[in-house]
Design a protein around this ligand. Structure first.
Ligand code: HEC
Length: 115
């Protein structure tokens, strides 16, 4: 997995409105028009998974789904949409870098911490 830019990843997170379904504590994304909050909170995910896991979560959301939390639809697939048609590979790489930068709250929001 290539190294991405967490700042650009944060922009992509806003652009694709990932925040409509995923809370990131400490972030101030624009309030989504249609707040769903159906996905897991991602605030402190960074240290919990390898880059490859985040990449798979984005490119193939149904690969790993925690059962019993309302994450899957009636068809058993993830409620998370596929972005494969609209997202560039670079955006995916940067998103992974952004997600990897999310750590338990230490003050400043992840994307602003620099690195
Ligand atoms: C319509 C709601 C929705 C949107 C929009 C959405 N997700 Fe998700 N996401 C989910 C759900 C539901 C899950 C849990 C089931 C699964 O793993 O697919 C999930 C899971 C994830 C996971 C795995 C978390 C874990 O605990 O394993 C990551 C990472 C993730 N999403 C990132 C993103 C990113 C990045 C975007 C924007 C490009 C995005 N999501 C947009 C609903 C959404």
């Amino acid at each position: 997995m290539a190294n991405g830019d967490p700042m650009k990843g944060r922009e992509a997170f806003a652009k694709f409105e990932c925040y409509a379904c995923h809370e990131v504590k400490g972030e101030t994304f624009q309030a989504p028009k249609d707040k769903k909050n159906v996905g897991p909170e991602l605030s402190a995910m960074g240290p919990m998974h390898k880059a490859e896991y985040f990449a798979e979560s984005i490119m193939n959301p149904s690969a790993v789904i925690e059962k019993g939390k309302g994450y899957e639809g009636p068809d058993g697939l993830s409620k998370m949409p596929l972005f494969n048609e609209s997202m560039t590979v670079q955006e995916a790489i940067d998103l992974v870098a952004y997600l990897r930068s999310l750590k338990p709250v230490t003050g400043a929001p992840a994307g602003h911490r620099g690195h």
